[in-house]
Design a protein around this ligand. Structure first.
Ligand SMILES: Cc1cc2nc3c(=O)[nH]c(=O)nc-3n(C[C@H](O)[C@H](O)[C@H](O)COP(=O)(O)OP(=O)(O)OC[C@H]3O[C@@H](n4cnc5c(N)ncnc54)[C@H](O)[C@@H]3O)c2cc1C
Length: 326
């Protein structure tokens, strides 16, 4: 009998077609080559030191905004996007976060709610990883309840002027464009703020306990003046940012499986190599690893089933459809 593959203990890879496995293998190989050798050091230092280079490489792989169509995006299926997130998060949650924020939050906001001019201006560069995007919704006192946000955009002639603060913004200090959500007289609206706009600063947040290999910043908006065409024209209200969060959550579910798989692999490796016989015996006698393996495998099967079966959002998901949740 052949030994089970530790990355697929119950042999569920048969659920995926050749194209899906090819995407999975490409992202896995890139992570093994470009992330695994450095990640312990990056995590220890609390940095993602080559973020721009990594973003360009991810762009070349087609992993940025990969579930979106047109404008240089890969137009991948929901399952392909999920498998890419799984592999990225198996390497490190920070890498998955970089890709989720770029594709599911910043790029999706522009793709779904932007004007044609905004899409042409930003999306090709973001898909290529030449431009990093960030998504500013959370505020220092308003995380779970974005409806209470204090950041405000006021009309001055045809311009908009933004004042406020956003907190915990992934990619914030390296972004070429920030998607910022602000209260207006017409409800919550989204604005595209290019890096370098006077009044915008992004001090980095250090000393995080987790997601350490990820760039996180505050966004300070101090009288940021934007032209009329900086607003996302197609949405008003919290539906805008919440639709983007749904996109990100889809990838995060798959990503969590990647993190769990890495934990299982580490526990298995430890049980084989631990020098202490007590640790070896504890690891091998405990029923928990195999129980966890089953739970992990069944959750992966559920992820696949929900996506492939189109159960996520009617008509938007599936093998041959590019969109995930909306
Ligand atoms: C590393 C990192 C990266 C992030 N990246 C981004 C980003 O790119 N863009 C962005 O906009 N945001 C980002 N966030 C912010 C993230 O979305 C928020 O942290 C999240 O929304 C929770 O908000 P909060 O931290 O203010 O916690 P709080 O809202 O203060 O919640 C704290 C705890 O209280 C619980 N809680 C809150 N309200 C209730 C309630 N009514 N009933 C019961 N329990 C409740 C919550 O579940 C939570 O456990 C990031 C956060 C981190 C840590």
């Amino acid at each position: 009998m052949s030994r089970p593959d530790p990355r697929d203990p119950l042999g569920l890879d048969g659920l995926f077609d050749a194209e899906e496995l090819a995407v999975r293998d490409t992202v896995r190989a890139w992570c093994d080559d470009r992330v695994q050798p450095h990640i312990a050091d990056w995590f220890e230092r609390g940095e993602l030191p080559q973020v721009r280079e990594l973003a360009r490489e991810l762009g070349t792989l087609g992993a940025l905004g990969m579930h979106l169509e047109g404008y240089g995006c890969a137009g991948a299926s929901a399952v392909q996007y999920g498998l890419a997130c799984l592999e990225l998060e198996a390497a490190d949650s920070g890498l998955r976060s970089l890709v989720s924020v770029q594709g599911s939050l910043a790029m999706y906001a522009i793709h779904r709610w932007g004007s044609e001019e905004q899409k042409q201006r930003w999306l090709p560069g973001m898909a290529a990883g030449e431009i990093i995007g960030c998504f500013g919704l959370t505020e220092p006192d308003h995380g779970s309840d974005p409806a209470s946000m204090r950041t405000r955009a006021k009309r001055e002639g045809s311009d908009w002027v933004l004042d406020g603060r956003k907190m915990w913004i992934t990619n914030g200090s390296v972004a070429g464009v920030a998607v910022v959500w602000a209260q207006t007289d017409e409800g919550v609206r989204g604005f595209l703020v290019p890096a370098g706009t006077p009044g915008l600063s992004a001090p980095e947040i250090k000393h995080k306990a987790s997601l350490r290999a990820s760039v996180t910043a505050e966004l300070v908006l101090d009288g940021v003046r934007l032209p009329a065409d900086a607003v996302l024209p197609e949405v008003r209200g919290l539906k805008g940012p919440l639709s983007c969060l749904n996109q990100a959550r889809y990838g995060i579910v798959w990503g969590a499986l990647g993190a769990a798989r890495s934990c299982l692999e580490a526990a298995r490796e430890y049980s084989i190599t631990a020098s202490s016989s007590a640790a070896r015996s504890a690891a091998s006698s405990s029923p928990r690893p195999s129980w966890r393996t089953c739970r992990w495998s069944s959750t992966r099967a559920c992820c696949w089933r929900c996506t492939w079966g189109g159960g996520w959002t009617p008509g938007r998901c599936g093998r041959n459809r590019s969109a995930t949740a909306s």
